[in-house]
Each structure stands twice: as C-alpha cells, then as structure tokens.
Design a protein around this ligand. Sequence first.
Ligand SMILES: [Zn+2]
Ligand SMILES: [Zn+2]
Length: 799
Amino acid sequence: MTQEPDPKREQHEVQPEVNEVRRERHEVRVRGVVQGVGFRPFVYRLAREESLAGFIGNDTDGVIVEVEGAHASIEAFLRRLQSEAPALARIDFVTSRSISPKQEKGFRIVASEVRGQVATGIPADAATCADCLRELLDPKDRRYRYPFLNCTNCGPRFTITRRIPYDRPQTSMAKFKMCPACQAEYDDPANRRFHAQPNACWDCGPRLWLVDPAGATIDAADPVAETIHRLLDGQILATKGIGGFHLACDATNSSAVVLLRERKHRYGKPLAIMVRDLEAARSIGSLSPADEALLTTYARPIVLVHRRSGNTIAPSVAPGVPWLGIFLPYAPLQHLLFADDRVRALVMTSANLSEEPIAIDNDEALARLANIADAFLMHNREILQRCDDSVMAVVDGAPQLIRRARGFVPLSVSLAPKLPEFDAPPLLAVGGHLKNAFALARGRFVYQSQHLGDLENLTGLNFFRESLDHLMRTFEVAPTAVVHDLHPGYLSTTLARDWAAERNLPLIAVQHHHAHIAACMGEHSLAGPVIGLSLDGTGYGTDGKIWGGEVLIVRLDGPDPAQFDRFAHLEYVPMPGGEKAIHEPWRMALGAFHAAGFNIESEEVLALVGAKPYEARLIRQMIDRGINTPLTSSLGRLFDAVAAVVLGRGVVDYEAQAAIELEGVAADEDDRLRHQEYVPEFCAGDGSFILKTGSLWRRLIDDARAMPREKIAAEFHAGMAKGLIKAASNAREKTGIHQVALSGGCMHNRRLARLLRTGLEKEGFEVYQHRQVSPGDGGLSYGQAVVAAAILGKQRAES
Ligand SMILES: [Zn+2]
Ligand SMILES: [Zn+2]
C-alpha cells in the first residue's frame, strides 16, 4: 500500500531551520521512448519520494510532468529522472521551465492526450523480464504457466500497436476486457503492471490452441505439452510468436531438420536455434562476454557465434560455416517449451517460403504453411506488425546489427546527431532491392522500418506498403520528398516513382555505394570529407555498370552533397548472365579468369572452376558478344569467384553464401600474407584509379593445387585488405583526408572488417564502422535519408 506522505514533515526534514519553504512549480517534458515502458509509475514514485505535488501524462510528444514543491526536491527529481529511468526507457531530451505554483496537493497520473506532432516512439518489443519469468514458473502464482504474461518492464509493444499514444485501446489487446484482478493491478500506480497495456491472465487474456494443417482443432488438454511431445517426436510445428509465426523443430534431430529444409525449400542457409539459457548457449558456442551481453539484451536478437565442436546440434542446422545463429527465449510461450528438460535446442526460423514475408495471421499461416508444418500452435492475440527476429554479431569487438527488426523497431536512429544542419523535412527513403527496409525521416530522426526482405514479388511489395502505412500513421510523418536508389530496375525505384507521382512529390536518386558511406557517416555525425570504402555485393553505378568495390570521397557539407568522387575501384570483370551469376559463382570465376587473360576453355581453367567445356564456350560467347554480361567491380562477387575455385562452391542457395563460406574456412588461420599476388595492384585508370586483380588468378592456379584451402582463403582476405588500405593511403596523399568510413555488405565479413580497421589504424587513419545501422543493404535507406537531408538542407540554406 502506498501512503500519502506528509508534505510538512518532509519539508521540515529537508530544511529544519527554514520555517517557510518557497514552493516552485516546473513543467517538464521528456521525449524519447517513454511510453509503455513503466515511465509514468516511475515518475509517480519519484515525485512521491521527493514530496512533490503535480501530475504526469502521456502526450504525442512523450510525457509531460508538472511538479511542485521545494527547490531542492525539484532538482533532485530532475536528476533522478534521468539517472534512475526504467530499463526499457530511452530519454532523448528533457526540457524544464518554471511556471507559477498552483498550491496543489498530491501527485496524479492523468489520462493520455493526443495533440500536436508525434515525436515519441512506441517502444520496441521486449523479452520477458525476470519478475514475470519467476511468476510463470511458480505454481502458487495466479499466472503460473500463463503464456501471455507481461508487465511494464516486458512484453509485446510495436507488434500489437495500431497507432500512438501507446494505450490499450490502440492495441490488439483492446478486445480483451481485463478481469477485476488484472484491472486492479493496471490501476495501481505502485504495481509492476500499472498501465501495462497488454496485461492479462488466465481469466481474461488470450489463449493458445493447436490445429492440424487442415485447420481442425487438435484435442489437447495442454497445447504446450502436446507441442513439446510433437517436437520431440520429430515433427515440424508452426508456432505463433511476437512478430510472426516460427517454424520449429528439434535442432538435435537431424532428420527433423532435413525435413524442415526440404519442405521449406531452404537448403543451404543456416537456421537459427533457440536454447534455454546462457549456459546452454555456452555449451554449443564459444561465447565472448560481448556475445553474452547481446544474447541477454531485452531485444533478444539472434547472435552469430562460433560453434563449439562436439555439440549435439544437427550439422544440417548450419552446413558449411563455423558459426551458429543462437538466441534465447523472449516470450513466455518459449520459456514454457524450454521448461521441459527434454527440450534442448529448437530450430526457430521465420515461417515463410524462402524470402517471402513472415506469416502473422492464423488463416494466412494455415494457407501458406499447410505443406510445411505438421501442426500449428495458434493464439488469439493479433499480431498487427510483421517483425522478424533481429540478427546481430560481434564484429571487430563491438556489436553490429545485421538484420534490424524485433526489439529495435520502431526505435529511431539519429540523423547525424552532432550536425546541426541535419534537420530534415519529412522524407521517405525506400531503400534497395534485397534485404529491404525503408526509412521515414523528420527533423533529426530516422524511423527505419523492420527488415522487410527481398522486394522481388507481390507479397514483398504488399508488406512494404502495409509497413509504410503503419509507420506513417504511427509517427504522423507525411513525406514531402521520396528518395530511391539509382537502379532503374529495382522494384523499390518503381514504387518510389509511383508513390511520388501519386502525391506530386519530388524524387531524389542516390547512388547505392554513396548511400552506404553516408549511412556510416550519419551514424558517426561525420559531415566529411571522408574516404569511403564501400565494399558490397552489387549496386548500380553512375556509369551504368555494376559497382561494389569502391573507394569514394564523400562529403555531406560540400557545395553539392549529391555528388561524390569515385577515387578508385576494383577492376571491372564480366558478370556472365547478370543476376544469374549471383546464384552461380562459377560464372563469376570464368568471367574473372577471362578478364585476367586466360583461355577459359582450357582444361586447366575448366578443372579449377569445375565447369563443362560447353558451359565455358557459352560464357566466352556471352562475354565476346556482350550478351547479358554487365561489367562489375563488386568485391562480393570477387569473393564468390574465388570461393568457386577454392571451395568448389559453383552454385549457391542464397546470396553471398560462397563468400560467407570462404570467410568461414579462413576463420582459424593467421593473417600473414605470403604472396604479394593476392594484393590488387593500384593503377591509373580512366578517371578513377583501378585495383587490378589479374595476378590473383595467376597465383590461384598454382595455389589451388598446392596450398590448403584455409590458407588460400586467409591470404585472399589479407591481400584484399592490403590493396584497399593502399588505395586509401593513395587517396589520403591526394586529398589530405585521414578519416575512413567502412560500409557495404562485405563489412559483415568479420575477418575483413578486422583486417581493414587494424591495418588502416596502423597507417594512422581514423576509422569508422557501422554499429546501429546495418552496413549491408538493410542500412541503405538510412544512408539515402542522410544524403537527401544534406541536399535539402543545402537547398534551404541557399534559398
Ligand atoms: Zn515483466
Ligand atoms: Zn485477468
């Protein structure tokens, strides 16, 4: 029970000699993530502890607080407001101004109000907290084994919310009327569930049930126990989670994993596995303290960790790579599955076919997954926003986001936080083609969407539109300009054009690798100039060729922020078959050998690449006649080509698989470079300098026969890093710039990231890497927004 403190006694204790303490009143506004994270009860408790009168309420700006009392108490209140804020809160700004006292008594929480422009965020979904977990497993608790328990410190947020302010009627919990016990908790400011919007219990909240693929209910007294029974029996279950359905199976059962792969048509790509706790994670992966910290954050991302040998995980979970994607339970239902000791590790992969969006709706799941899942564990708390699991890795000693989704969305990212000129008009940046995420920007913030996947089909496009509508509504951003990639063939470009035309909005096109470097600059508040190493798969260049191994000079505060210099790039090589070469690295290998002056129909080359004579003849004809054979300077494609030779990985199941496996093979090797031929040669070119890779192919012919593949893979990494560092040094000599920004999909490669950073620092460069935003195409929209904000800021300053 809370008791009204006696203000007179408190004042007396604080300043015993003063008879009459002058009362002051302050209006305090707090912005950031302060709704739905237990902020109001926290402020309520704080105000009472400091003997302050007044009120707190949510509004679209965040929270507004008025406090009245002694000067020292208000000061203490303001200090503690920041230092003791709840774990899930993120405070961006606090403003405080003095107003006239109202001689009010007591402190109140007032009802939410909607007014003005929306600046506050819906919080991201958060993993079950320790208090809730204890209740879940306590037979004496009224929520014992209740799969939907939560409190102000945990639970779903973004995925169940229609619009802000984040209050129960705006969420998919609106249809569940709280029972008296839940309502009492919800109304009690001293309770952990005070205004916990998804608050629920066995009596009043959502329920679970099991159905078969035909949609018929499976008769089971305890659907969770039945689910466990089926999982241990080798079945594949579709389980409805927080941001969508997962496909689950026993990760220690090889045939179950193989069956899942066959049914899902996903043959090579590693599958994420969920384990009970850190201890279980340690037994299958060798975890650094940074890995452990990531695994246990409220966001509970999938973390890529080094696999320990001799564990019980089926090899088919992650074939060909020395890593495992591991995550810990984050929803009560998942904790219940692992509460059974027999459940050791579960494959938990997004319930979709290949790169389609994750299924969220019960009927949708049945329709799309009937041929994959043996049974469906459903519930009736509607998921309003699709949201995959986030993926992270510790790259070069610090966390890096690979896939930004659940737990991070819709948290905003600053637009170049330290640069005052970055005050963007409302913008929509549509991102790229693969691993798409769009961004809405306004003022100093960017709201990036969750990972949406590849925009290759109608389902992907619909997911894009659905999320765009939701985020525009959520943050009340009405874009006044639309930013897109330079590639004329991207569906995202078409979408941007149509969307802008319908609304009569201006379009801004930003080159792919320019956007990557700008994204890294934005994160670190760099206006430039910087030397940008944009190392990537493929992106459309200003010359119409396919870029991806680029040394760019970028400045956002220059006379024209739309422009950049292409200082150097990897040598162009043919990409026979275009897009097809991404899935068939043997084509890239033949293209590269051809560019290096080899007869690709010779037996020597055919044997190395594992190609048939007629295939090589066809490729040569394509190159000679320029049929569907663009030229590319992509580093990612060079990795693929080398992997085709060194690993015999001629065909891949997912983009960058060959490159990832090459990194994996090199994992335990030292960094020493024995053969200079692996270092690209820095040469003058037509307008830009060229990093020539011909010597690499001559060397590979000898080494592929004589050297272990681990060593070749390691030397290739070392050689590439050295060549790129040399190019950066040349750029510094010509320009005097000593800041380097590293970006592009190749920066997911941990070995390359470490070699580049350490090598550049040794040469005296200041090096910047991505942390909050993905270096890959998932971060592209953020970079597009940064460039567009700079362009529009410049235009505004000049007009
Ligand atoms: Zn909780
Ligand atoms: Zn209840």
